[in-house]
Design a protein around this ligand. Structure first.
Ligand code: PMV
Length: 301
């Protein structure tokens, strides 16, 4: 049995594809995969109504083929039963968590195969089928969890971030998500149409300020920066009326800030609660909303 975390992007989605930094937190929810011996390569996710075989022509089928292709021959077969505790396609890193959990479960076929570099390579191969041009952030968080500042590269730069104060987040799936690859292409088109606006660089600067405020425990500033990041994402064309409305609902329920999270065009929002305020915000956002806490580390009275 293998686990991989879902993630919530706190700052920097889309700009991260173009080389700007981003901040993401691993969730304690994610995906558990169990391997059963089989002569085929098959993926079964009852909660998502998914039952696919490598070679069946479906996108998930191609993704698991790509994943298995990056693994040693003895790890390329099996029936993988997957049990998720995050919704699919909501920008919470479900495809990356699925890929990481399945790759780890596949490598569990022999003791000496466990190798996190292989897991990363297999997950990236799978993410390329889903996303075209993935930054690598999703599978990085799926593998290690925690709060990180990430910058794309070969290898990527991954800096653990320690929060001085606990971040009390509310994550709410709002509507079905859009295709991440299509959203990423739409952003590239818009940025190319209007050169010189520096929207992506502005997001990068928001990320750097947010990292400093998280380290210093200036939670109110972190919330404000989430609002600013949401505005910049809206300027890039990836928000929707549903996501905007959910952000306003969260702020009206006391959130210090709120933004869409992930690729946008639908999917989820993340809001930052003041101490004790998370449950009220979650209630305002409806039944799918959940509270995720990023523990503060440095600060002792
Ligand atoms: O919605 P998700 O979980 O696929 O997140 C996408 C994040 C992007 O920055 C839009 C794409 C990427 O590869 O980083």
């Amino acid at each position: 049995m293998a686990f991989a975390s879902g993630k919530v992007l706190l700052f920097g989605e889309h700009a991260v594809v173009h080389g700007e930094p981003a901040i993401a937190a691993g969730l304690d929810r994610g995906v558990v995969a169990t391997r059963h011996d089989a002569d085929e390569l098959r993926l079964v996710v009852p909660a998502w109504d998914l039952d696919v075989r490598a070679g069946d022509g479906s996108r998930v089928g191609r993704a698991i083929e790509a994943l298995a292709g990056a693994l040693p021959a003895e790890a390329r077969r099996g029936r993988f039963e997957v049990s998720p505790s995050i919704p699919p396609g909501a920008g919470l890193g479900s495809s990356a968590a699925l890929a990481v959990a399945v790759a780890r479960a596949a490598l569990s076929v022999a003791n000496d195969l466990a190798d996190e570099e292989l897991v990363a390579a297999a997950a990236l191969a799978s993410e390329r089928v889903f996303h075209g041009n993935p930054s690598g952030l999703d599978h990085t968080v799926a593998m290690r969890g925690g709060l990180i500042r990430f910058r794309r590269g070969t290898p990527p730069i991954v800096d653990p971030l320690s929060a001085a104060e606990t971040l009390s987040l509310v994550v709410a799936p709002v509507e079905p998500g859009a295709d991440t690859g299509a959203m990423v292409r739409g952003v590239a088109r818009r940025v190319d149409h209007h050169p010189g606006l520096e929207l992506l660089a502005a997001i990068g600067r928001v990320v750097d300020r947010a990292a400093a405020c998280i380290r210093d425990g200036d939670i109110e500033a972190v919330g404000e920066l989430m609002d600013i990041n949401h505005g910049l994402l809206a300027a890039l064309g990836v928000s929707t009326p549903g996501l905007d409305a959910a952000c306003h609902r969260a702020r009206n329920a006391g959130a210090l800030g709120a933004k869409l999270t992930g690729a946008g065009g639908g999917g989820a929002i993340v809001a930052l609660a003041a101490a004790e305020g998370a449950d009220e915000i979650a209630a305002a956002l409806g039944p799918g909303a959940f509270v995720a806490t990023v523990a503060g580390g440095n600060h002792h009275g």
